[in-house]
Design a protein around this ligand. Sequence first.
Ligand code: AMP
Ligand code: MN
Ligand code: MN
Ligand code: MN
Length: 273
Amino acid sequence: MIFDLHTHTSASDGVLSPRELVTQAQLANVAVLAITDHDTLAGYQQASSLELGTMQLIPGIELSAQWHTTGVHVVGLNVDPNSYSLRQIIATQQRARRARAVTIAERLAKRGLGDLFEQANQVAELGNIGRPHFAQVLVNNGLVRTFSEAFNKYLGNGKIGDVPSTWLPLDEIVQGIRDAGGVAVLAHPDKYAVTQSKLVRLIDDFLAAGGQALEVISGRQTASRTRELGALCSQKGLHASCGSDFHKPGQSWADLGRHGLLPDNCRPVWDIW
Ligand code: AMP
Ligand code: MN
Ligand code: MN
Ligand code: MN
């Protein structure tokens, strides 16, 4: 059975609408799909009213969190979409995103790229505005050739448009997911520019806050890294999650449902629900 527990729709920075994502997941034989848009449940909510056939849809969210000076992502799975505490967190995060987007636009304007806020807002539609929407505008305006170039030149880590935002602290994010009846998963451990020992400290703090699972597989990664992360996951007593982190068809890091199976010695996160 294919479990894809980390995907995005146009409600955040994914390209497919919730309906298109559901259709593509069905075509890819995904048995259990979690929609985990950045800081919003809107994509899940739209998808939940669709005809899903035999596919199971899990309400999910990917929340940005602050851990010391590092921004990290926590996926909440099987959350109650009507949870009051989660709604409060979402409202706070969305305000932080908007404020950050204004600063990103100002900084890019200072580089002589023009005021891109309104265009980025348009690209985001109802989605939660973020760096990928600015990347798309830079491409659309011919200011860079590709999406990757936009990140490499202007938006990636340490670049002018990488505006530090103050997300809610890690422990509040984890607690909010738990209060909403969900499972808190530390997303894509290899995407934080931290040493292995710092990653272990992050996992320990995540556990202390009530975190329950680690994303042992995120998109395409080597079999040896999957084994290492699987071992770390078991050693820390965490459950294991997996997902493609799908944003658009043809993305380089694994298509929908094509991220592979969890190692046998891991306790899968779906055992919790
Ligand atoms: P934000 O939520 O605004 O901080 O933007 C982060 C999102 O940008 C991630 O979830 C990815 O979807 C995307 N992203 C980050 N780095 C890159 C990159 N180097 N190339 C393409 N997309 C990226
Ligand atoms: Mn994203
Ligand atoms: Mn992420
Ligand atoms: Mn993601």
